[in-house]
Design a protein around this ligand. Structure first.
Ligand SMILES: CC(C)(COP(=O)(O)OP(=O)(O)OC[C@H]1O[C@@H](n2cnc3c(N)ncnc32)[C@H](O)[C@@H]1OP(=O)(O)O)[C@@H](O)C(=O)NCCC(=O)NCCS
Length: 144
């Protein structure tokens, strides 16, 4: 499984996957705004020319934040989430981050287990963080 960096041409497909994977998806405009930021790095995986997994991280000085990560439903539980996350961690480290943060829904056990397995720990909850009122768990990993 080899990841590659996003290009502008990927944004429509990623926006479509956002709609499939999230109740509060990023739209193309939000994706483009992040993509064009000097702090943003996006990676994706393809199968037979179609994007099946993607992620994005922003790195500002010593702090990084995972902004997006998703795997197409029929491709889950085969290591792609772990691969994308590993690539994002490597990118953050290579750009000088010493810590990396993320937010995840309290109900999203699959993602939380993935993050815990990758060395993240829960810090605190952000009450009613999501548009539907669900709380977020803020998680962090320090690079050794
Ligand atoms: C979270 C997500 C990215 C995981 O992707 P994935 O490709 O299925 O993850 P992997 O196959 O790499 O799983 C790695 C490990 O995470 C854990 N895990 C992943 N999905 C899990 C699930 N549904 N239940 C329990 N553990 C799970 C397991 O420990 C798994 O290892 P194992 O399969 O050897 O047991 C995927 O479920 C997804 O896209 N969900 C919708 C979008 C989303 O919630 N993104 C996160 C936003 S914060």
């Amino acid at each position: 499984m080899n990841g590659r960096a996003w290009t502008m041409n990927d944004l429509d497909a990623i926006a479509a996957m956002e709609k499939e994977c999230f109740s509060d998806p990023w739209n193309r405009r939000m994706l483009a705004d992040s993509f064009l930021s000097e702090h943003f790095h996006g990676v994706l995986l393809e199968e037979e020319g179609a994007i099946v997994a993607y992620g994005g991280v922003s790195v500002v000085m010593e702090d990084a934040e995972i902004q997006l990560i998703a795997v197409s439903e029929m491709y889950r539980r085969c290591g792609r989430g772990q691969k994308i996350l590993g690539d994002l961690l490597a990118i953050a480290r290579a750009h000088g981050a010493r810590r990396i943060f993320l937010e995840v829904r309290v109900s999203n056990a699959a993602a939380q287990i993935l993050y815990l397995k990758s060395g993240f720990r829960g810090l605190y909850c952000r009450t009613r963080y999501y548009p539907d009122g669900e709380d977020a768990v803020v998680m962090m990993k320090e690079f050794g």
